[in-house]
Each structure stands twice: as structure tokens, then as C-alpha cells.
Design a protein around this ligand. Structure first.
Ligand code: CP
Ligand code: NVA
Length: 304
């Protein structure tokens, strides 16, 4: 990897992703591991709650022989206790790497700007790169390819959608996105992804019709309708997003045998029914497991 930080998929090229996946495959196969990160400590600076990201980074770090240290929303006072500049400079004196989960992506960029140690984005309002990398790794495991794969994303044009869009565009995937009007992905990120898709041979289609997006898809992906930080909009969003629920009827528009994906946590009965979550086609727990393997590959690439 050329860059010292991983704030979004824009920090990577297709070759970096291929190298990360090679390393992740090796790490997933090997149970007895050396301790390449011995003596290193990774800080987890989280303004929002987390299950998967926190646990997988902590376990990953320990499996690689290093240590991790969690600093949560209470200690950070939601990021209001001190400036990102001071925080980054102080933590650079103690730690060898940082995973940050911030409300605002700008704040993650600001921490990066002042940090002397690698910074990994563990989710911001705009991006969730570790999730997208684990998702693409899972797709490759299941379908043995990425180029030419047809993915449909239905729901909110949010952080998870943005990173999936950027990753798909780099890897030559055909991605169709359906969101309600007013909930489309960020236009600047769309522009960048369209340009990247053109170079890779992938395509990106945006629309409002979930049935159209899912038609012929090999993978159907969704995420929560209300992300962390948007809780006050929950009532409105529940109404607006109802037609975007992934249920048996919507899945029947996809290719027979299409997989269902979700970054989790899922709100069962909202964006996805129990029936689909628990079906043979659901690969959500594989996605969650792969967070561990892919993030270990990221840690090795940035911290070793
Ligand atoms: N998918 C994901 O990032 O989960 P957490 O919010 O539990 O970390
Ligand atoms: N879009 C969700 C993803 C959680 C992993 C959120 O930001 O809350």
C-alpha cells in the first residue's frame, strides 16, 4: 500500500486490494501464527458503539502478537473533549496505529493530518472501508471472481453504500443502487466511482426502483435505514424506506441462488426479513468473520 493511512477506498488501488486479499487468505488458512506485531499497540478511538469492528480489531491485533487499547464514547465525550490535532499528536507518542470511528469524516481526516502513526477508518458518516474490503473478499470467496459480478444495493445511500460503490468501481463490478429520492449516495463519491468504474470495466447504475436494481443480481446487499447519528429521523425513514425491504418478493427478482449480504447490525423486520436473514442465501456471518482476516491483512500492511 502506498498510503500510510486507510481513510477510504480512495487510498487504495486495485493491486493493493488484490495484495490485501492474498494476505487475508493466507491469514485465514493459518491457525498457528508468528507474532509480527509483537510490542505494538493499536488504539481504538470510537465515538460511536461497535461490536464487529471493535472485537475483530482487538482479536486480530492479539492474534498478530500485538495489543490494543479501546477509548470509547465516554472517554472521548463524543469527540468534544479536545481538538483532533492535540489528540492525534499525543496518541502518536504512545501508540503504533489508530482505528478511528467518528461522527464526521472531516474529523477522521483531521486526526490523520496530525497523526505520526497509521490511521484506519473504522466507520465515519461517509465511509466504511474495512467493511467494503471484507465484503468484496467474501464475494470473491463465494463466486471466485470480482470482475463482472452483478451486485444490487438497496436502501440508504450511506457510508456502507459509498465504500461498496468505490470498491466495486475499482474491481470491475457491475453495481446497481436503488435508494429513495433524497437518500442517494454523495454526488462527489458517485462521480469518483463512475470514473473508476470506467477504467476498470465495471458499471454503476443509480435509481429509485429496488426491483429494477435487483433484477438479475448475483448479490443483494442492504444496510440499516437509520445509521448511527440519525436516530431523530428514524420514524420518517421507516416510512420512506418500506418499499426497499429485502424480502422474499424482492429476492425473487434476483438471479436464482443469489446471495444476501448485510454489514450488520441488522434491524430484522425493517430493511430485511427474518426469512431472508436466516436463509441459505444469507452470507452475513461470513462477511462478519472476514472482517477479522481482512483487517489483520490491513494491520500487517500498515503497522509491520
Ligand atoms: N459492521 C460493523 O461495522 O459493525 P459494528 O458497528 O458492530 O462495528
Ligand atoms: N450505516 C450504519 C453501518 C453500521 C455498521 C451506520 O453508520 O450506523
Amino acid at each position: 500500500m502506498n498510503r500510510r493511512h486507510l481513510l477510504s477506498i480512495q487510498d487504495l488501488q486495485a493491486a493493493d486490494i488484490e495484495r490485501l486479499f492474498q494476505s487475508a487468505r493466507r491469514l485465514k488458512r493459518t491457525s498457528v501464527q508468528k507474532r509480527p506485531l509483537s510490542g505494538k499497540t493499536l488504539g481504538l478511538l470510537f465515538q460511536k458503539p461497535s461490536l464487529r469492528t471493535r472485537v475483530s480489531f482487538e482479536v486480530g491485533m492479539s492474534q498478530l502478537g500485538g495489543q490494543s487499547l479501546y477509548v470509547g464514547p465516554v472517554e472521548l465525550e463524543q469527540g468534544r473533549r479536545e481538538s483532533p490535532k492535540d489528540l492525534a499528536q499525543v496518541l502518536s507518542r504512545y501508540l503504533q496505529g489508530l482505528v478511528v470511528r467518528t461522527f464526521s469524516h472531516k474529523e477522521a481526516e483531521e486526526i490523520c493530518r496530525w497523526s505520526k502513526i497509521p490511521v484506519i477508518n473504522g466507520l465515519s458518516d461517509l465511509h466504511h472501508p474495512c467493511q467494503a474490503l471484507s465484503d468484496l473478499f467474501t464475494v470473491q470467496e463465494k463466486l471466485h471472481r470480482l470482475r463482472g459480478v452483478r451486485i444490487a444495493y438497496v436502501g440508504d445511500g450511506n457510508n456502507v453504500c459509498h465504500s461498496l460503490m468505490e470498491g466495486s468501481a475499482l474491481m470491475g463490478i457491475h453495481l446497481a443502487i436503488a435508494t429513495p429520492k433524497g437518500y442517494r449516495p454523495d454526488p462527489k463519491i458517485v462521480r469518483g466511482s463512475l470514473a473508476a468504474a470506467k477504467r476498470s470495466g465495471g458499471t454503476l447504475r443509480l435509481g429509485n426502483d429496488p426491483g429494477k436494481a435487483v433484477h438479475g443480481a448475483w448479490i443483494v446487499y442492504t444496510d440499516v435505514w437509520t445509521s448511527m447519528g440519525q436516530e431523530s429521523e428514524r420514524g420518517l425513514r421507516k416510512k420512506l424506506f418500506r418499499p426497499y425491504q429485502v424480502n422474499r418478493r424482492l429476492m425473487s427478482r434476483a438471479e436464482p441462488g443469489a446471495y444476501f449480504m448485510h454489514c450488520l447490525p441488522a434491524h430484522r423486520g425493517e430493511e430485511v426479513t427474518d426469512e431472508i436473514m436466516d436463509s441459505q442465501r444469507s452470507i452475513v456471518y461470513d462477511q462478519a468473520e472476514n472482517r477479522l482476516h481482512v483487517q489483520k491483512a490491513i494491520l500487517l500492511a500498515l503497522l509491520k
